[in-house]
Design a protein around this ligand. Structure first.
Ligand SMILES: Cc1cc2nc3c(=O)[nH]c(=O)nc-3n(C[C@H](O)[C@H](O)[C@H](O)COP(=O)(O)OP(=O)(O)OC[C@H]3O[C@@H](n4cnc5c(N)ncnc54)[C@H](O)[C@@H]3O)c2cc1C
Length: 402
């Protein structure tokens, strides 16, 4: 089949590779004139890195990314609340990777061009909508042109035009009340160089992890960080721009964070480029598919970055879409894809609104009042593991039976 994908982000490019592998002719149309490796760090959960390994990208990921050993949840006083292992050694079939979003996007883009052809991605083409009948779809562009295909996949991100056409009465984005400042700094590694930590609580939180295999081989760490503060004022949706520059006043709120292995204030002060982005998502949709058109990734299920699942769920969508179309070509395959992926991603969106696996931070913050308190006196490991295990099940990355 001839399949058009709107959007050459992480989800759209992965879908192109998965669909091409099944023998479809795939074309991507991307809004920006020139793709640039934008963003900072993201995480690939084990099930999504399995999809990329299946596409033959495992060696490249090992070269450019960090195989995350564990996510440590810590109090602001530096107590280790829980270490949630993520490695192959801990029982996952594939590793979790921490990686620069732009580097991952360009790995996927280069692979798409190599496998599908140099013209597979047309940039500077803003998809505005579609018309369809029993025989096919016509994709409409902002420049007044249109393009015919058999199926259309909306992988056009948070502000998806295709989602807008399918659900014109959807309300505004959902704002959680948290602003996130983000950055990355090249410096000395902390811990074992493969640890991600999330410290604080729902109101004042700090996330940090290394994202560069190249830096690690040079004995350094490119440390990605996210500083989150809950704010009272509602934010305008226009503030959701990944390149928006952030101020530095927030840094003072992290002066009292005491980690034994890293100086957070020094990391924040040393970071040259800081961006800010509000924590927003959208309500889960009652349906994604209309005839020959469906949605994928953030266009289908934008979620808060709790549990670091945004990119991972888009990648898993891509594989599920290709598998469903293999079993049932045409519109029936799109419906089958939706029936597999919509319930799962709806549960992840809703779980992330309840802070997902990061609930352990709030459990600890309610009980641990100072640096001399002992976690083991206040919280049982079973209580913490129940939160982690529940989220692994919701998000779909289970350990092998070992
Ligand atoms: C510039 C940018 C920077 C980001 N940085 C980070 C980050 O630092 N950390 C993080 O956790 N997440 C980041 N994200 C979000 C993250 O990539 C996604 O949440 C996740 O990877 C899901 O991927 P996706 O392909 O569904 O959406 P996205 O990765 O957002 O990709 C959507 C693509 O569709 C294109 N597009 C949008 N509208 C149209 C249209 N009308 N017609 C054609 N194409 C269109 C966009 O330009 C983009 O390339 C960023 C997204 C973008 C676009």
């Amino acid at each position: 089949m001839k399949i058009v994908i709107a959007g050459a982000g992480i989800g759209g490019l992965t879908a192109a590779l998965c669909l091409h592998r099944e023998g479809h002719k795939v074309e991507l149309f991307e809004a920006v004139d020139e793709l640039r490796p934008l963003g900072v760090g993201i995480n690939l959960m084990p099930h999504s890195s399995g999809v990329l390994h299946g596409l033959g990208l495992g060696d490249a990921l090992d070269e450019m990314a960090i195989r995350t050993r564990a996510i440590e949840y810590r109090t602001r006083f530096g107590h280790l609340i829980q270490s949630d292992p993520r490695s192959v050694e801990a029982g996952f079939e594939f590793p979790q990777y921490s990686i620069h979003r732009g580097e991952l996007q360009f790995l996927l883009l280069d692979t798409v061009r190599a496998r599908l052809g140099p013209d597979a991605v047309t940039s500077g083409k803003i998809v505005t909508g579609f018309i369809q009948d029993d025989d096919g779809v016509r994709v409409k562009f902002a420049d007044g042109t249109s393009h015919g295909c058999d199926l259309l996949i909306g992988a056009d991100g948070f502000r998806s035009k295709l989602r807008q056409q399918l659900h014109p009465d959807e309300g505004p984005a959902h704002y959680e009340g948290t602003m996130m400042w983000r950055g990355a700094n090249l410096q000395a590694p902390f811990a074992d160089g493969r640890t991600m930590f999330i410290a604080g609580d729902h109101n004042v939180k700090f996330v940090c992890y290394p994202i560069s295999g190249r830096a690690a081989r040079d004995g350094k760490a490119l440390l990605n960080w996210v500083a989150e503060l809950r704010q009272d004022q509602p934010r305008a949706a226009e503030e959701a721009d990944w390149t928006r520059e952030g101020g530095r006043d927030f840094i003072a709120r992290f002066f009292d964070f005491q980690m034994h292995d890293i100086d957070i204030a020094a990391l924040l002060r040393s970071t040259r480029q800081i961006t800010q982005y509000p924590m927003i998502d959208r309500d889960p949709l009652p349906w994604w598919t209309q005839g020959r058109v469906t949605l994928l990734g953030d266009a289908a299920h934008p979620m808060y970055p709790m549990g670091a699942n945004g990119a991972s769920q888009a990648i898993v969508d891509a594989q599920a879409l290709a598998a469903a179309l293999k079993a049932q070509p045409g519109p029936a395959g799109l419906l089958a894809y939706e029936s597999v992926r919509r319930p799962v991603t709806t549960a992840v969106v809703l779980s992330n609104r309840e802070t997902g696996p990061e609930r352990v931070l709030d459990i600890a913050a309610a009980r641990v009042k100072g640096p001399d308190d002992r976690i083991e006196d206040l919280i049982s490991p079973a209580e913490l593991e129940a939160v982690a295990a529940n989220y692994r099940q919701v998000a779909g990355f289970m350990k092998k039976a070992i």
